[in-house]
Design a protein around this ligand. Structure first.
Ligand code: NAD
Length: 278
């Protein structure tokens, strides 16, 4: 029997077959789960076509628009989910956005509006959608969002998005507290860098990929399939005692305190300014 047999839920954030949410959807579908999907609304129907190219093979139970920055969209999307499923067992929020000019600049130069949009789209949207999901969720259900190491430590280039991820990871802990009495668990996965549409907004992204592969103990970057399997575990009953956690799926990059094997790999010779150790 599959891990998600008799379980139904929602996945937000499939844009194309490279999306992290696609890796999660494929795993849950393969394990017997039934899924409703949202996509960004647009009048041309391009977004729906794009998501359908990925999920039509996964027997979608609903594909409907939802701009997570609009409360009315969230309300009408989850009403449709309720009409299709009644109750749900899991919810995935794999969504983030910040204006390019506010990620590409130094954090010290971020505009008030850029900060507002980034935090609204990448953090408050999680609280708002998790609230709507929890209303129709069975007790002992599970909620998951996607984070990045730049929310814990400074990752040059990640900038404003790092601030948003720090707020997101903190929200995970507070929502885990709020929903704990119902047995609903709330976690995040901190994925290593993966070349996706959202990632292309981050400056020097190929440098981040190279750094991860060079420094991580496993000497490579992760795939959306690997993120999908760990996410599946966190959404399944196998992790029934785990909540409020930020689980890294990054080939171990986050445990490193220096360049490790990359010192040799890249022929880096640490030097000290003359006199600094006197
Ligand atoms: P992606 O571009 O495939 O997915 C981002 C999704 O967010 C898209 O489906 C987009 O339509 C959606 N979105 C943006 N604004 C929205 C809005 N207002 N309403 C509804 N949907 C909206 O890229 P991805 O890399 O799969 O990103 C998914 C999540 O994973 C994000 O939270 C991202 O920060 C996180 N993440 C990505 C990486 C990486 O390296 N790619 C690493 C760690 C975490």
């Amino acid at each position: 029997m599959g891990l998600f047999e008799n379980k139904v839920g929602v996945i937000m954030g499939v844009a194309n077959d490279r999306s992290i949410a696609s890796g999660i959807a494929k795993f849950i579908h393969q394990e017997g789960g039934k899924i409703a999907y949202s996509h960004l609304p647009d009048e041309s129907g391009r977004m729906e076509k794009r998501i359908r190219r990925v999920v039509d093979d996964l027997d979608p139970k609903l594909v409907a628009p939802c701009d997570v920055n609009k409360d009315s969209d969230i309300a009408s999307f989850f009403l449709k989910v309720e009409e299709v499923f009644g109750k749900i067992d899991f919810f995935v929020h794999s969504v983030a956005f910040a204006p390019k000019e506010d990620i590409r600049c130094s954090t010290v130069d971020v505009s008030r509006e850029g900060f507002r949009v980034a935090l609204d789209s990448s953090c408050y949207s999680f609280i708002a959608t998790a609230r709507a999901a929890a209303k129709i969720m069975n007790d002992n259900g599970a909620i998951l969002t996607m984070s990045y190491f730049g929310g814990e430590k400074v990752c040059a280039g990640y900038n404003l998005m790092g601030v948003a991820k720090a707020a997101l990871e903190c929200s995970v802990r507070y929502l885990a507290y709020d929903l704990g009495p119902r047995g609903i668990r709330v976690n995040s996965v901190s994925a290593g860098p993966i070349k996706t549409l959202a990632a292309s907004a981050v400056g020097d992204f190929s440098q981040m990929l190279g750094l991860n592969a060079g420094i991580a103990p496993m000497g490579r970057t992760v795939t959306i399939e690997e993120v999908g399997r760990t996410s599946g575990f966190l959404l399944s009953d196998y992790s029934s005692g785990t909540t409020g956690e930020n689980v890294h799926v990054d080939c171990g990059y986050n445990i490193m305190g220096n360049l490790g094997r990359a010192f040799e790999r890249w022929n880096v010779e640490p030097t000290v300014t003359k006199g600094a150790l006197d």
